[in-house]
Structures are given as C-alpha cells and as structure tokens.
Design a protein around this ligand. Structure first.
Ligand SMILES: Nc1ncnc2c1ncn2[C@@H]1O[C@H](COP(=O)(O)OP(=O)(O)OP(=O)(O)O)[C@@H](O)[C@H]1O
Length: 309
C-alpha cells in the first residue's frame, strides 16, 4: 500500500513564465509533523493549492491520501483539515453558529476536541467572527480544523502575526492532536524556533524545487560554523565546496558550511588559516545559510539536492 499522505511527481506550475513549482517530486510519509520551509516565493502556498485542488498544475501529478488532487471528493476532503494564513472564516457568523455548521458537515467531528483547543484562546461563543482579533481567529480556525478529526492537517503559515502566548497555545494544540489522534501535520512556516520544537521532518523548497528533506536534527548536523583566523589576507574561501555563507567579524572569518567533511579545517589551514575552529549551528542559521546561497546569486544547481528518496 502507498502510505504517503502527500505524493507529487514531476509537478510543474508556472505563472506568466515564472516557475512556481519546478519538477517537484515530494513524497511525505504518514504520521508526524512535516515542516516545509523556503524563502518568499519558493512555492509553498502554490504547492498546497495544487494539493488541495484549488490550482491546476501544468505537468506532473499530485496525490493526497492516495487520491489525485484534481478529483478530491467531498468524503476525502472531510479527511483533510486546512488552515490558511489569512484564517479566512465567514465574518458575519457567530463562533457557535460556525461550529454547529462544521459539526453537521464532518462525520468525525469532536465537540470535546473543539472546546479543548478553543479554551486556549480568549474567544466568546457568541462573538461574531468579524469581531475577533487575528490571534483569536487563528484559534477558531485551528479548533475547527482539529475538531474535524482530520487524518491530514495542512497549515499555511498558521502562526503568522500571532503573539508569543497565542503561538504557544496554537503549537501545543497542534502537537497534542498529532500525538493523540495520529493526524499527519504538514505545515509551512518561516519560524525556525517553532519548527525546531514541533517538526519531525524538514522539507526545504527553493524556487519550486525540493532541495532537502530529513529530520531537522540530521540537517543541522550537516551544517557547521567554521571560524578561521587568516593573519595575512582573506582567502577566497567562498569558493570551497559546501560554503553557504562567509562573513568577517572582528577580523575572523566565519563560514557556514554544508557537508564540509572532516578535512575542511585542514583545507582552511592550507589556505593560510592560523586557526580553524568548528562549531555547531542552530536550525535557524543552518536553514538561512542554506537559503542565502540562492539569494547570493550562487546557482542552486551547484549544490546537490539532499532529499531522502
Ligand atoms: N496567482 C498568481 N499569479 C501569478 N504569480 C503567482 C500567483 N501565485 C503565486 N505566484 C508566484 O509563484 C511563486 C510562488 O509563490 P508562493 O505564494 O507559492 O510562494 P511561497 O513560498 O508561499 O511564498 P511566501 O513565503 O512569501 O508566502 C512566486 O514567485 C509568486 O510570485
């Protein structure tokens, strides 16, 4: 049995000649929390739109829960929860009216789960959706999505603009559902500290291409910060294979390196470094270094895709 909750093969979509998804092959296994990261415009929202059948691809295939995204039936949609970054909900409805409507639509609806999630947010049942703050609306949309009892929950930057307390409540509710109900969560975010906390799998997209997929820890282990002291002149260390980012701080050269290998320090010494020290990096620094090389005009093709099959 194909046990991928999401499966795309050679997916392409361009808007007016701009390639939003570029031959994207992505297979996400069932279970856990999968975080999709990428720079602005990397294709994250476009991918979700294609997966949910809201946009058509130019080529390739997309499947969700084993079904072609172009032909998702209402029964299959009922097994998928979706929270978008705008938390779009009908503003004219009251919170309790909306919940009652959703309860009728979804056979697996759980009032207990709805109440449990909503309790984290300061929302009154009789408030109109339009009167809610952004964070409260986020809480309602998450409570509705989780109460649906989805097998798969897709979230597009769900915590954007939330304060620290609302963010924590949101993530706690998300984790609890993933653990208690066995739902697979797929979400995109720019917040690495969040991803570090909740994600089992890290997916890096760059200009519509899959660049990396592994556990966040495994990714971090492949990225190091090297601090080298070049007493005479700064070398062209950026040319060394795997260098993502270089900076000179207080006379020392800082290099963020991907898969530098055990002899990277030796190479720096051969280039004239008096000392070369290796240090671990945070997920934030590792991902940002990885994405920054694309911004710096370095051709991503110079780096192999490191996605697991
Ligand atoms: N409806 C559209 N019409 C034209 N171009 C679009 C449309 N939607 C997306 N794009 C383009 O497709 C590319 C991918 O956009 P997408 O919204 O998927 O990126 P993203 O990774 O979600 O970005 P962000 O992190 O900024 O939300 C971008 O270059 C964007 O300009």
């Amino acid at each position: 049995m194909n046990d991928h909750v999401i499966r795309t093969d050679g997916l392409c979509l361009s808007y007016q000649g701009k390639q939003a998804l570029d031959n994207l092959t992505l297979h996400l296994p069932r279970g856990g929390v999968h975080a999709i990261v990428g720079a602005n415009g990397a294709g994250k929202s476009t991918l979700f739109r294609v997966l949910l059948g809201f946009a058509s691809s130019d080529a390739g295939s997309a499947e969700v829960l084993g079904c072609d995204s172009r032909h998702l039936t209402p029964a299959l949609r009922a097994r998928i929860g979706f929270v978008n970054e705008e938390h779009t909900l009908p503003g004219w409805m009251r919170v309790d009216e909306l919940a009652r409507m959703q309860a009728r639509l979804y056979p697996r609806w759980s009032d207990d789960r709805y109440r449990q999630v909503l309790a984290n947010f300061n929302v009154g049942d009789r408030q109109k959706i339009a009167q809610l703050s952004r964070g409260e609306r986020a809480g309602v949309s998450l409570a509705l999505a989780l109460a649906q009892g989805p097998e798969l929950l897709i979230l597009d930057e769900p915590t954007l603009g939330l304060d620290v307390v609302a963010k924590r409540a949101f993530l706690d509710a998300l984790l609890q559902t993933s653990l208690d109900d066995g739902a697979t969560v797929v979400y995109c975010s720019h917040q690495m500290e969040e991803i570090e906390r909740v994600a089992d799998n890290l997916v890096i997209l760059e200009r519509g291409v899959l660049r990396h997929m592994s556990a966040p820890d495994a990714f971090c282990e492949r990225v190091s910060l090297w601090i080298a002291d070049f007493p005479f002149r700064q070398p062209e260390a950026a040319r060394l294979p795997g260098v993502l980012e270089t900076r000179v701080i207080d006379g020392l050269t800082h290099l963020v390196v991907f898969d530098g290998g055990v002899d990277f320090g030796h190479r720096l010494r051969l280039m004239g470094a008096r000392t070369a020290q290796q240090m671990p990096v945070s997920l934030d620094r590792a991902v940002n270094g990885f994405l920054a090389r694309g911004h710096a005009g370095v051709s991503p093709a110079a780096f192999p895709t490191t996605a697991a099959a």
